[in-house]
Structures are given as C-alpha cells and as structure tokens.
Design a protein around this ligand. Structure first.
Ligand SMILES: NC(=O)c1ccc[n+]([C@@H]2O[C@H](COP(=O)([O-])OP(=O)(O)OC[C@H]3O[C@@H](n4cnc5c(N)ncnc54)[C@H](OP(=O)(O)O)[C@@H]3O)[C@@H](O)[C@H]2O)c1
Length: 307
C-alpha cells in the first residue's frame, strides 16, 4: 500500500516537473519570437500618456520597438518616456519619441504622420488606442458631446489610419491595431456615444481588414472588458464635463499591464481579433446574439439604475 502511494506521488511529481519545464521552455521561445518580431519596428501608440497606451508602450519599448508616444498631454508623455528609459537601462532599446496629438483635430493627423516619417522614414505598426468614454442618458446628452466623442474615438482613429495607409501599401507591409471595447460588440445604456463609436470602429476595421489583405497589411481589433485605468474618471458626461468618478467595475478590472501583454501577444501572432473580458461582459455578448429579447430586458432594467 505504502509503495503504491509513494510510487504514485513520485509519478505525479515527475509529471508536474516535466510539465513545468515544458511550460518554461514555451515561454522562453515565445519571448524570443516576440523580441525577434518586434525589434526595430516603428510603432505609433495613441493615448500613450496613461492606462492601456502607457502599458503598451512599456511592453513594446522593452521588446526593442521604436515607440512613438502620442497624446495631448506632453508632460505626461515625457513622464512615460523617462519611465521607459529608466526601467530598461540594461536592455538594448531605442529612445522613445514624444509627439503631441489631439485626435479631435483632424487637420493635425497628416502633419503628425509626416513628423513620424521625418524621424523614422516609415511606420510599421499603428495602435489606435487613444479615446474617451461617456456617462449619461441619451435624453441628457447634448449632440455636441456625441460629436466630440465620435471625433476623438472614431474619426481620429480613422483619419490617422488613412494617413498611414498609403506608405504601408507602397511597402506592402504594416499592421493596424484598434483598441475597441466589448462595447463595440454590445451596447449598454448611459454610454450611447461611446458604444456608437466603438461599433463604428469595429465595422471600419472589418472592412479595412478585407481590403488590406491583398496588400499584406494586418488589421486587429481588441475588445477589452473592464480595465483598471482612468477611463471612467475621464469619461464625458451629457454636458461635456469629466465624470470624475472611478467606477467600481473599472477599479476591480484587469490591470493595464496584463491587457498590454495580451495585446502584444496578439500582435506578434497577427490575430484578427481579441476579446479580453470578464465573465459578465462575455455572457452579455452571448445573450445579445443568441437570446436578444433577454438581453434587451436586462438592459432596460439596467438603464433605470445609476450611471
Ligand atoms: N479601461 C477600460 O475599462 C477600457 C475598456 C475597453 C476599452 N478601453 C479603451 O482603451 C483605450 C485607452 O483607454 P484607457 O482605459 O487607457 O483610459 P485612459 O487612462 O483615460 O487613457 C486614455 C488615453 O487617451 C488619450 N486621449 C483622450 N482624448 C484624446 C484626444 N483628443 N487626442 C489624443 N489622445 C486622447 C489620453 O491622453 P491625453 O489626455 O493626454 O490626450 C489617454 O492617454 C480607449 O480607447 C478606451 O476606449 C478601455
């Protein structure tokens, strides 16, 4: 009896050790693949001054990318740049390049891209991440707020994409990543302006992917659920002021670092889509498509709750 159980334990120990070694090997080879794929690539990250964009900048920089940090707040971008430099002093990396960008000002988009070309000659990867959310009922949201959020989240990203495409097509190489949201797949009340922009981005990206396949340009859409960033603090209310509240769901969401790691893995594997979400948003996506009447019932109940 004793011999049998000790032999069983030995067998279990050996299996676990082999499993662990295989897992470590797999991680090692993937890290190598990631570094080889990304090293020297020119990557533009919009919304790099905080949250997911900032976390992405860290993963890309430490993997040898020439990262362009873009957003409105130059001071925050400089902080991110210094963080990147100080955290990776022992690694071989390229100095990040800070460029001011306001996605709402569409006339700035082409000059912005030209500045990147002046510095690096081309762009390998564009990550359309910068964006702003919304809190407010449709009745209480002014059309100006709808337009503002559509300009930043949709037209800003579309305009930037159109500005980088000609050179990518000419080079027959490139990757465009859209940071959408699960709210690009389902709409929830009191976030109408935000959900509309993300649904629009999803449709644009799906068309773009089909049209760019012949030019060897890869298009990916990332749909995160709740991520712990300043997104709810910065969300615009119906009158256009900042919501200024850290939502519970956002505070307890995934870390931006975790999400950034998943996104970069997706980029290296050139996946078309990635949903990084908790159970409830995943369930909502399922219900919206398979049991729509139940979904609409739940959303009508939710609309009566607070923002
Ligand atoms: N956090 C979540 O739960 C979640 C979930 C799904 C999707 N997302 C998406 O993830 C992306 C990043 O958001 P986050 O969660 O990291 O929120 P965040 O911390 O508020 O970051 C938003 C970023 O967008 C930039 N931005 C805002 N307005 C801009 C404008 N007019 N022009 C240029 N940049 C602008 C901000 O920079 P400046 O203020 O310096 O311009 C900031 O860097 C957004 O597209 C968001 O919709 C977030």
């Amino acid at each position: 009896m004793y011999n049998l159980s000790s032999r069983y334990l030995n067998y279990m120990g050996l299996s676990l050790s082999v499993g662990y070694v295989l897992y470590r090997l797999q991680c090692h080879f993937f890290e190598k693949k990631r570094r080889n794929t990304l090293n020297g690539k020119v990557v533009v990250v919009t919304g790099a001054s905080s949250g997911i964009g900032e976390a992405l900048a860290h993963v890309l920089h430490e993997n040898g990318c020439k990262v362009v940090l873009a957003a409105r707040r130059i001071g925050e971008l400089e902080r991110v740049k210094q963080d990147l430099i100080s955290k990776n002093q022992t690694k071989s990396t390229y100095e990040p390049y800070v460029l001011e960008l306001d996605l709402e000002k569409l006339e700035q988009l082409e000059p912005f891209v030209n500045k990147v070309y002046d510095q690096f000659g081309h762009i390998d990867i564009l990550i359309n991440n910068g964006g702003v959310s919304h809190r407010g009922s449709i009745l209480q949201t002014s059309l100006d707020v709808d337009k503002k959020i559509m300009y930043i989240n949709y037209f800003g990203s579309v305009g930037l994409t159109k500005a980088v495409l000609p050179k990518m097509v000419e080079r027959k190489s490139g990757q465009i990543v859209f940071i959408s949201s699960v709210q690009g797949l389902i709409a929830i009340p009191n976030r109408s302006a935000y959900g509309a922009t993300k649904h629009a981005l999803q449709a644009f990206a799906d068309c773009l992917r089909a049209e760019m396949a012949q030019h060897n340009i890869n298009v990916s859409v990332v749909s995160p659920g709740y991520v712990k960033t300043a997104v709810s603090l910065n969300a615009l209310t119906g009158s256009g002021v900042s919501h200024g509240v850290m939502d519970k769901s956002t505070e307890t969401g995934f870390s931006a670092d975790h999400v950034a790691q998943e996104i970069v893995t997706m980029m290296v594997n050139k996946q078309n889509e990635l949903i990084i979400s908790q159970f409830l948003p995943n369930l909502a996506i399922f219900l919206r498509h398979k049991v729509p009447s139940l979904y609409h019932y739940i959303m009508a109940k939710r609309a009566n709750k607070t923002l």
